[in-house]
Design a protein around this ligand. Structure first.
Ligand code: ZN
Length: 85
């Protein structure tokens, strides 16, 4: 087993390395970007908390992208992303 993050790890399934959630769900092949195997939700940047952009400068230009395990719905990772034009 190789840990990718606090929520994801790689382990062998029938001899092939697969990405697993900490709930035990097999998410997909280990040679893919783990984010591509997760459910994605867009959220307002303010959801990241008061310390992220506290003055709201350019807030409409960015949003919060949340990645969830499709099996247990655990929040796996977040990232701030630029709105597409
Ligand atoms: Zn899970």
């Amino acid at each position: 087993m190789k840990r990718l993050s606090s929520n994801l790890y790689l382990d062998l399934v029938s001899g092939r390395e697969m990405v697993h959630c900490r709930c035990g769900a097999v998410l997909g092949p280990g040679d893919q970007d783990p984010k591509s195997l997760l459910a994605v939700k867009r959220a307002d940047l303010s959801k990241a908390g008061p310390k992220v952009n506290p003055y709201g400068i350019g807030a409409k230009r960015f949003f919060l992208r949340e990645y969830y395990c499709p099996a247990c719905r655990r929040l796996i990772e977040t990232e701030v992303a630029l709105q597409e034009p």
